[in-house]
Ligand binder design. Structure first.
Ligand code: SAM
Ligand code: SF4
Length: 330
């Protein structure tokens, strides 16, 4: 039988999220501060190194890779990485999280390069508000990107909306209606205290999944599904539509017991838990051993011993985690 990564709590690790750049054309208020300093390029993993990493993880039993960032689609040459990773025969799912700004021109090439499913961040249907939340984003351009993705025919497209009290909590019903009209899925995410943000107080801005569910239930029937994407989201089906509504609730619902994932940052640091600071430097191992992936695989296997039991997010103790979400990749 082939190898399967696992940690000391017996959790199977079969899902890798790779951040391919810390740079982004947006500056979302929950993700970044207004003035960001990005990493020098020499510190980033090259596309070749990202591919070596991806294939080492797949050889160790990872069957799903999500490419994230920063904004993955602004990294030069990224299509080649998708093409190369999609050739790995044991990789069952190659998926992408994007802010949608480049989808209008890239959706078709992404599908052709082997991307099966897309998560698109989308927090508001109001142009002015969309621009305020993203600090740079243009609503219409992202909607055209979503439409291009729908026409391209991905297996599944999902909108991700981070909901903040007094910023966009009044739009949850409209966002679900948008997803229903487009025939796509939607997940609501509770804000996580990752990185230092200066635009709002995270405790005051907290809007729970439970509250969103209550708001939605006045307009929609939400039927609980047993379906799982092996992730932290709980899904509900809206009857007579193809739309599923998910809730990712790190605060109100702790999902650590079934955690099946690890992350690699833009600099090649293996992050064992989004809610903990410890990490292992895989870039050093790759660069010290050109032409051989065995030391890398060994380092990954040994790192699993450091995967903690769970996160300790606490909105009152800001920030919990100093790294920004764009470095880790959400
Ligand atoms: N730029 C791409 C995007 O926005 O989809 C990919 C990277 S982004 C860091 C990945 C996901 O993390 C997005 O869905 C975003 O909404 C989410 N995210 C960023 N900061 C967050 C925070 N503090 N709490 C919860 N989710 C966050
Ligand atoms: Fe960029 Fe995504 Fe972070 Fe927004 S959430 S700033 S789009 S990386």
């Amino acid at each position: 039988m082939s190898f399967q990564l696992s940690d000391k709590f017996g959790r199977k690790i079969n899902y890798l999220r790779m951040s391919v750049t810390d740079r982004c054309d947006f500056r979302c208020v929950y993700c970044m501060s207004e003035q960001m300093t990005f990493l020098p390029r020499a510190q980033l993993l090259t596309l070749e190194e990202l591919e070596i990493l991806g294939s080492a993880f797949v050889e160790l039993g990872v069957s799903k890779i999500r490419i994230t960032g920063g904004e993955p689609l602004i990294r030069k040459g990224i299509l080649q990485l998708f093409q190369n990773l999609s050739q790995l025969s044991d990789l069952k799912e190659l998926v992408l999280t994007t802010n949608g700004s480049q989808l209008e021109k890239m959706a078709k090439s992404l599908r052709e390069a082997g991307v099966k499913r897309l998560n698109i961040s989308f927090d508001s249907l109001k142009a002015k508000r969309f621009q305020e939340i993203t600090r740079n984003g243009k609503l219409e351009k992202v909607v055209r990107g979503i439409d291009a993705a729908i026409q391209t025919g991905f297996e599944r497209i999902k909108i991700n909306a981070v909901i903040l009290k007094n910023r966009n909590h009044d739009e949850v019903v409209d966002l679900v209606q948008f997803a229903v009209d487009k025939g796509i899925d939607i997940s609501f995410i509770e804000e996580m205290p990752v990185g230092v943000v200066n635009s709002h107080d995270r405790e005051e801005g907290f809007y729970s999944s439970e509250q969103i569910r209550r708001d939605l239930s006045r307009f929609f029937t939400l039927l609980p599904t047993t379906e799982t994407t092996n992730g932290p989201a709980k899904y509900y089906q809206i009857p007579n539509t193809t739309t599923r509504v998910g809730f990712i609730s790190p605060h109100s619902h702790n999902f650590c017991d079934s955690c099946n994932r690890v992350r690699v940052t833009t600099e090649g640091r293996l992050i064992l838990c989004l809610g903990q600071e410890n990490s292992v430097d895989l870039r050093r191992v790759i660069r010290a051993n050109p032409g051989s992936t065995e030391p890398l695989k060994q380092a990954i296997i040994e790192a699993m011993a450091y995967k903690p039991k769970g996160h300790n997010f606490d909105l009152a103790a800001q920030p919990n985690i100093l790294r920004y979400m764009n470095v880790t990749g959400g």
